[in-house]
Every structure is written in C-alpha cells, then in structure tokens.
Design a protein around this ligand. Sequence first.
Ligand SMILES: [Zn+2]
Ligand SMILES: [Zn+2]
Length: 351
Amino acid sequence: MKTIGYAAQSADSPLAPFSFDRRELRDNDVAMEILYCGVCHSDLHTARNDWGWTVYPNVPGHEIVGRVTAVGPAVTRHKVGDHVAVGCMVDSCQECDHCHNGEEQFCREGNTNTYNSPDRQTGDITMGGYSKHLVAREEFVLSIPETLDLARVAPLLCAGITTYSPLRTWNVGPGSRVAVAGMGGLGHMAVKMAVGLGAHVTVISRTADKKADALELGADAFLVSSDGSAMEKAASSFDVIIDTIPVKHDLNPYVPLLDIDGTLVLVGQVGPLAEPSTVPMILGRRRVAGSLIGGIAETQEMLDFCGRMNILPECEMIRMDEINDAFDRMEKSDVRYRFVIDMASLDEPTS
Ligand SMILES: [Zn+2]
Ligand SMILES: [Zn+2]
C-alpha cells in the first residue's frame, strides 16, 4: 500500500515529504488511516540521531490516532471504522515472561518500536505516525473510548502512559502525596493523571512562572525549587515524585522531599545525572527508580481511565508542514504542552 509521510533523510536534514509502502495485511493486521499524531521529544532525538541508532530515512511519530480501513481475516479486536490508537510499540515476542505479564515494553527479546526498529518478520525498518497510513498487528492496536475528543487523544499514547504507569506501579490513589518535577509535555500529563487518581498534587518548578498554569491543570500546591526555605519546609512530605525534567540535573535537592519509603521516579531519558548522594536514600529508605512507558493492557486501562475522567492533554494543533518549526520550538520548551499534527493537512497544498 502506497502512503506518504514526512521523513528525515539524515541527522542534519529537516523533515520533508516522503513516499513509501506499508506492508500488505498479514492475517492479524489492522490497517488505519492516521488522523492525528503527537510530537514527542523522542521523535526529535531520533530524527537528529542524538542517540546514535537512527536508520535513515526515518519517519518518526508514536502517538498515533486513526480510523480502521481494513483488517486481516484473523482480527477479532477491531473492525473497519473503529477509532484506534498506536503508541510506542508495534510488536514483541509474545512468549517471554514479561510479555505474558503484559509488560511488552520489557520483552526479553526487545520490543519492536513503532519507528526505527526492524520488523520481526522482514527486518524492514518500521516507519512511524508522521504519515497517512499505518499497518500494525492487532495486539498492539488500542481502542479509544468514544467520549474522548479524538483531536486531543494522541499524546496519551506516549506522554500519558509514561506518567500513568509509575503512578499505578507505586500505588498512587486517594490520599497519596505526589509531586511532579518539571512541567512540560510529560509533567502536565503527570499532574492530570495524579489528580484523576485522587492524589494531593504539588508541582515543583525552578521559578514561579508556571504556578497559575499548574493550579489550573488541577494541582493543589506549587513549590519553587530555587526557594531554599520552602524546599526545607517540604522535606519528607511526598510519597512519590514523578521527575520529568528533560535535561541533566541534580537529584540531591529532590530526594529529601520524599517521606520514608518514598520513591522518586525518573521518566525522562537524560543519560548521566549529577552525582546523587546516598545520604537521603539510606536515612529515609528512599528510592530512586526509572519507568518506561507501560504495557499494552495498562495502556488500554489508561485510555479507559481517561475516558471515564475526561482527562486529555493540552494540545497545540499543527499542520504536517510545520513540523520543523515545531521541533525548534519544542527544544526551547515553547509549547503548551504538546504539539499534535492534524494529518488531514497532508492532503492540502503546502502553505
Ligand atoms: Zn514518546
Ligand atoms: Zn517478549
């Protein structure tokens, strides 16, 4: 099947229109027309080869919302016309202990990423959602609750599950004291998810600039990390801190904010951190942990939860041909809070 999208041809070339083929339907495949695709920091890092493993041409995009156009003969979960979603993974071995536990993100053989990953049968490099069509096996295609505004669903598929999963892993619910460090695409989603789960939520930010926004998103309190006495007063007052800060930073001011047995969860892939001290970890049995998206079952649970609670990201809609400008703005954190590409713009003449 012929389709069109936007691809990077090298680390330093901007994304540009690109024609390519989607595979013929396998028995358990779902084909969809893509309606919307969110813009994630990983897209930018992959297009520019920041992590050193990009295969070109690269079509990014792993926050995908579409409408089913065809299904293979063995498909039972979805039918033509359904609104569906695809996140960061499109396949896994389906046989290892982690896959059996519904944690395909930790597949022993490695999951197949939605883009820049070899297909398990053909070895062809997967192409993501900055395109008109997608074909994926049904186990990795999610159902979108009818109540949700389709145009704003896409960022749930990466930013949403990345923040929902650690909140569930560390049993956040009514009465939990949650802090969210950093309030960008991931952070604003963490606030909404934690509020939805019934937690008391505090946003931690370097300055007071985002205070009004944080409270509007539902946060109960705001803590300025550069205010030493406020930070001291907040010591031992959180059960969970979701750390979404997207750049190298010092954990030492944050770990003492946890109560005994509290957990700071890193969800941004930033590589080496400044040297963390063992003192607050040992004195308070505090943990520093990481978390990677979530499994398929948990992603569906998250979508259903958002459907019940009407939780949606704050989105700025863009045309496909505005993607390079959007990447530049995202690098400067100049977005409230997630770009979403309206894929109908691929059909229109470029502006
Ligand atoms: Zn992502
Ligand atoms: Zn597996």
